[in-house]
Design a protein around this ligand. Structure first.
Ligand SMILES: Nc1ncnc2c1ncn2[C@@H]1O[C@H](COP(=O)(O)OP(=O)(O)OP(=O)(O)O)[C@@H](O)[C@H]1O
Length: 222
């Protein structure tokens, strides 16, 4: 599903955000990307999302070489990728419900059918009671849960999460990881960038560790 071949990303000069990394992730896998701040985790996710091209090497997503992807075909790729950004990227002046509705790709659905998709997800993420609240009035943890709901609404093939538990209390953080692991069990490929070692220990899964842009370990949990 995701295949990195000798991928390097240089932003300027000799400093490499990613330095010749290779790995493969299968469909339905749940993988942690971990490492200290600045190790290259977000850069790796940005490559998968075609927000960035490698300076050298190849990134294949479902056998498609992203070096050759055209600007016009990027939205098609992204339609299949749910992303939970570190800074949420929500529409602050819209309600929780509207944020998710806007993300819903299937506009031809009846209002009732759209509600039937959105409302169970709001309950699952414990934000149903905030559905009519403007996002700008939410706490950081609530915004994060809206961002997660928005990423999942279209049942994406790939889910990318950059520190999805960063603003959450421990119980909510654990529930979020459980939810993301369920999503992987249902067939989506889920990649979680985190530096939370406690969560990884509690919910073990394959863990790729980056240090200064290099993979220093890739441990499978069976
Ligand atoms: N747009 C950019 N321009 C220049 N340098 C960048 C850019 N984005 C990232 N970098 C550099 O690349 C390296 C890797 O950054 P990246 O954001 O991928 O790390 P990270 O592991 O996600 O860190 P964090 O946990 O703090 O989010 C860092 O040294 C960072 O300063």
């Amino acid at each position: 599903m995701i295949d990195f071949h000798n991928v390097t990303v240089s932003f300027f000069g000799d400093k490499k955000a990613l330095n010749n990394i290779s790995f493969k992730i299968k469909r339905g896998e749940f993988v942690y990307i971990t490492g200290k701040s600045g190790a290259g985790k977000s850069t790796l996710l940005r490559l998968i999302y075609a927000d960035l091209k490698p300076t050298s090497g190849v990134v294949l997503i479902a056998k498609k070489n992203l070096n050759y992807i055209t600007e016009s075909s990027i939205p098609y790729l992204r339609r299949n990728i749910g992303v939970i950004f570190q800074d949420f990227k929500l529409l602050e002046d819209y309600t929780v419900y509207e944020n998710i509705l806007i993300a819903l790709e299937i506009f031809y659905l009846e209002k009732k059918d759209m509600e039937n998709k959105i409302i169970p997800l709001l309950h699952k993420l414990d934000i149903y009671s905030k559905r009519n609240t403007l996002v700008k009035k939410l706490s950081g943890g609530e915004k994060q849960r809206v961002a997660i709901a928005r990423a999942l609404i279209n049942e994406p093939i790939i889910v990318l999460a950059d520190e999805p538990t960063g603003n959450l209390d421990p119980e909510r953080a654990e529930n979020t990881i459980k939810l993301l692991q369920d999503i992987a069990r249902n067939g989506s490929t889920v990649i979680v960038a985190t530096h939370d070692k406690h969560l990884i220990e509690k919910f073990p899964a394959r863990t790729i560790t980056l240090e200064n842009g290099k993979i220093i370990s890739d441990i499978e949990i069976i």
